[in-house]
Ligand binder design. Structure first.
Ligand SMILES: NC(=O)c1ccc[n+]([C@@H]2O[C@H](COP(=O)([O-])OP(=O)(O)OC[C@H]3O[C@@H](n4cnc5c(N)ncnc54)[C@H](O)[C@@H]3O)[C@@H](O)[C@H]2O)c1
Length: 423
């Protein structure tokens, strides 16, 4: 179930269908293409994750969702302009068969978009209950459900009193509290139905005590926010390398040009602020400047996104990194990543749906609420209060695979390796 059926959602759905029909490979998806080592390195036991873990089969996935544009997913995919026209044509009847339901939308939260269709209700509680009705209908024709927000980035807000307890939040729904965002209505409806919720955008959404309380109460998993796809993905690969080698960083300037609808929405300063906070957080946690003040105590870190229509979904992200080495001598690294935003995001959305569904069926995980083992997928992973997030991609990958081993009753892999030496 996908609130927001734009570029990422249509690329995900058309992609799953293309894989099901044998037209293409699910490249970029750890759940589909990744392997996992079990036991010692000498045992040569490395199955594909999809053949070993009890995750849902792609053939069993059914899609639904909500949007403000009306029409069907063939039109939406054409508008997004991510996939080739020929590829879309070959799946036209399938994509035409999925029509987004009318969304709960409020332009205060996404200023650059004007809705063609949207739900109307007497207050936010009524609107959230209309989403629950949509979910109930979907439940009646499916065995299990997962929701993933692929909607536009909402404007930046800090948690307010209405977000602090479930009681205050539910009162706020009835009182039409202005600090309850549309994405929170979807999340509340979803968790209330005991369904896991993942957030592909940087909005606050479930990162508030009220919805974390609901997640635990309903045994409905939640995880982090904002897909870690392009520049931040590379950042969380490079930064741990500098840290591991004790190389200092004086500055990291990141800029992007992006021409899709996401770029248009992020062109508004209040919406960009939400993205900026999410993108800026990673270096702070990886470098821990308070523990390494001589190397990282004085970093200048800047992130910009500029809306540039000619590039469409094909983002270009530049990084200039000023590092310093032995005796303080300066060096520079330049990265120019000509990426495809939705091509990078779609496999992450797929994995999240499959792993969140697995979490919801795993007694050792579902009662925890927050699924930190899925931080691999996010710019801004959720963690327990007082626990800082791990942003290093390779720690995240180890955490994910060890969690899979743990729930499958396999030995964890610590990389100690002493067992290979001695008698
Ligand atoms: N593609 C990436 O690499 C990437 C990475 C990280 C995060 N994201 C985030 O994922 C989200 C989706 O990106 P996209 O490129 O598909 O954007 P998009 O603009 O193509 O699609 C977003 C869709 O959400 C809809 N929408 C907005 N508010 C809604 C609401 N209240 N209810 C239902 N639908 C609503 C819009 O109408 C639009 O169709 C964005 O927030 C983006 O910032 C994308």
């Amino acid at each position: 179930m996908i609130p927001g059926m734009g570029a990422v959602a249509t690329t995900l759905i058309a992609g799953v269908e293309a894989v099901r029909r044998g037209f293409a490979k699910p490249i970029g998806s750890m759940s589909q293409m990744g392997t996992i080592r079990l036991g010692k390195r000498t045992e040569d036991n490395t199955p594909l994750i999809k053949d070993w873990a009890p995750i849902a089969d792609l053939n069993d996935i059914v899609f639904t969702g909500w949007d403000i544009f009306g029409g069907n997913l063939y039109d939406a995919a054409k508008t997004a302009g991510v996939l080739d026209r020929d590829q879309l044509e070959s799946m036209k009847p399938f994509l035409e068969s999925i029509e987004p339901l009318p969304a709960v939308f409020d332009q205060r939260w996404v200023k650059r978009l004007s809705p063609k269709v949207q739900k109307v209700g007497k207050n936010k509680c009524d609107l959230a209950n209309q989403i629950r009705n949509d979910i109930a209908e979907f439940k009646s024709r499916t065995d299990r459900q997962v929701m993933i927000w692929c909607g536009s980035t909402e404007i930046y807000i800090e948690p307010k009193p209405v977000h602090m307890t479930l009681e205050a939040f539910e009162k706020g729904l009835v009182d039409n509290d202005e600090d309850i965002a549309p994405s929170m209505l979807y999340a509340w409806a979803c968790l209330k139905e005991g369904i896991p919720f993942a957030n592909g955008a940087p909005n606050l959404t479930v990162d508030i005590p009220a919805l974390q309380e609901l997640s635990k109460k309903m045994n409905a998993p939640i995880c982090g926010k904002d897909f870690k796809t392009g520049q931040t993905f590379i950042k969380t690969v490079l930064a741990p390398a500098f840290k591991a080698r004790q190389l200092g960083v004086a500055g990291w300037y990141s800029t992007n040009i992006l021409g899709n609808r996401d770029g248009e929405v992020l062109d508004d300063p209040d919406n960009f602020k939400t993205k900026e906070v999410s993108k800026l957080g990673v270096l702070e946690h990886i470098f821990q400047p308070e523990k390494n003040p001589e190397l990282y105590g004085d970093i200048f870190h800047k992130v910009r996104i500029n809306y540039y229509p000619p590039r469409g979904d094909n983002k270009e992200g530049w990084d200039n990194i000023d590092i310093f080495g032995w005796l303080g001598y300066p060096m520079q690294i330049k990265v120019d990543f000509l990426c495809r935003d939705s091509i990078l995001a779609a496999p992450l959305a797929l994995d999240l749906c499959l792993f969140m569904d697995l979490a919801a069926r795993t007694p050792a995980l579902r009662g925890l609420g927050i699924q930190e083992w899925l931080s691999f997928y996010f710019k801004d992973p959720d963690t327990a209060p007082g626990v800082y997030p791990e942003h290093d991609l390779f720690i995240q990958s180890m955490k994910l695979k060890n969690t899979l081993r743990h729930i499958m009753g396999e030995d964890l892999i610590t990389h100690l390796g002493l067992e290979y030496y001695g008698d």
